[in-house]
Design a protein around this ligand. Structure first.
Ligand SMILES: *Cc1c(COP(=O)(O)O)cnc(C)c1O
Ligand SMILES: [Zn+2]
Length: 425
């Protein structure tokens, strides 16, 4: 049995039963899942959670499924890494990396939202699942649909990284590449969802899908020993994860699992696609859509569906936001890899680069705690850094040749010749 009361419009408060609907019939506002928090408070405590398997369903009372979850039994509970070497480089004291680059099975934060969406789709009786994606969502829907035995249609822009395209195709969905950007793909998919009646995870079953993102916040609190951080820096694409991290902290306080002040939430966007940061800096509530132009393709959404709620969350929590150029993103990918041994894709580079700015600006004080959200894996986007990493020094399999190489490396200027520790550019 679940603890969901129903769906409610975020704008006018109209109530709806649980179904594949995502906008209010009265006012076109987005619908949000409502829970019976008193009932959850009575049954859910820290020990109960601690005794459960290390996956995202350990918080199941706060997720919108009614029966047993059927998808994603190995997803979530990714490492929260104390990043002291990165902290030193950033000039801060307590830095944590929440590392979804190793999420299961497709190495991004999307392995949180998809299990909730597909478990719900199965409960609602769907047999075909689908999504509009910048790559990671397609990978995750394809993999989880394969394991659940669901038919799967994937819609992506036709210019994605190889690793992202192949990382869906291997699971055998029908992939459709659209000539256009993500916003074009999304518009087409809304029409297809209406006509074909499939479960589009980020369209008609979006209210359930977005709830999965809360598990990122639940885990941060639990892994800090049921403590809330002071600052959290989150990348923004469509704007799902950022407000849900805040909602997660709020729910944990409501049911009595944590206390203390509300963490300040910050958005990180690529300078080549920063509609939310622009509105934030302009003090405006209106997000002007932009045409994306950045290497951070997974967060290149020019017209973010939940951008307004990202702004609202940032302002209410006392946070802020910044953008990072492609060069800063690449440099930050290198920095995270060299200091912490974590290889992220440009979205994670964006978050690290923006955190650096926020610390430099003094918005995040050097002696306070900050969690950096690393949401995707660098092995999928090798193109982004290929030109900036050192090439191997090639020699014949002879000791003499290695001796010569070693000599050269240790002579003045040798490092540069071989470029063994090249900085990003
Ligand atoms: C989808 C995605 C995000 C954030 O997307 P939202 O739509 O804002 O939730 C961030 N990083 C990566 C790697 C992603 O794939
Ligand atoms: Zn409404």
């Amino acid at each position: 049995m679940g603890y969901v009361i129903g769906l409610q419009c975020r704008e006018c408060g109209a109530d709806y039963p649980q179904a594949a609907v995502h906008v209010c019939e009265e006012c076109f506002g987005p619908l949000e899942v409502q829970y019976d928090y008193d009932a959850i408070r009575a049954v859910l405590d820290r020990d109960t959670i601690a005794a459960r398997p290390l996956n995202l369903w350990r918080y199941r009372e706060l997720l919108p499924v009614d029966g047993e979850p059927t998808v994603g039994l190995h997803s979530g509970f990714t490492p929260l890494v104390r990043a002291d070497r990165l902290a030193r480089a950033l000039g801060a004291r307590e830095v944590w990396v929440k590392d979804d680059s190793v999420n299961h099975p497709t190495f991004s934060y999307k392995d949180r939202v998809v299990p909730v969406a597909l478990s719900k789709a199965i409960e609602l009786g769907f047999q075909t699942v689908s999504c509009a994606s910048t790559g990671n969502l397609a990978n995750s829907v394809s993999a989880h649909a394969a394991r659940a035995g669901l038919a799967c249609f994937i819609f992506i822009p036709d210019d994605l990284e190889q690793g992202k395209v192949l990382g869906s195709a291997i699971y055998g969905p029908q992939t459709v590449g659209i000539r256009g950007n993500y916003d074009d793909v999304n518009r087409l998919c809304s029409e297809i969802a209406d006509k074909y009646g499939w479960a589009f995870v980020n369209i008609n079953i979006r209210p359930f899908y977005t709830e999965g993102a809360k598990t990122y916040g639940f885990e941060i609190a639990e892994q800090l020993g049921w403590r809330l951080p002071q600052h959290v820096v989150v990348p923004t694409a469509g704007g799902t994860i950022l407000p849900k991290v805040d909602k997660a902290f709020d729910e944990l306080r409501r049911i009595g699992l944590v206390d203390g002040p509300r963490p300040k939430i910050y958005t990180a966007q690529a300078a080549g696609c920063a509609p939310v940061v622009r509105a934030l800096h302009a003090g405006s509530d209106t997000i002007e859509p932009v045409k994306p132009d950045t290497i951070a393709k997974s967060i290149a959404i020019g017209n973010p569906a939940d951008g307004y709620y990202v702004l609202q969350t940032i302002r209410e929590s006392g946070g802020w936001g910044e953008s990072a150029t492609d060069a800063e993103i690449v440099e930050a990918i290198h920095l995270l890899a060299r200091t912490e041994g974590i290889f992220t894709e440009p979205a994670g580079g964006t978050t690290v680069a923006v955190t650096k700015k926020l610390i430099e600006q003094g918005r995040i004080a050097a002696d306070e705690s900050v969690v950096i959200c690393v949401t995707g894996n660098g092995y999928k986007t090798l193109e982004a850094v290929a030109a900036t990493v050192a090439k191997p020094a090639i020699i014949d399999p002879r000791l003499r040749d290695f001796d010569e190489l070693y000599e050269r490396l240790h002579s003045p200027g040798g490092q540069e010749m071989v470029g063994s520790n090249a900085a990003a550019g």
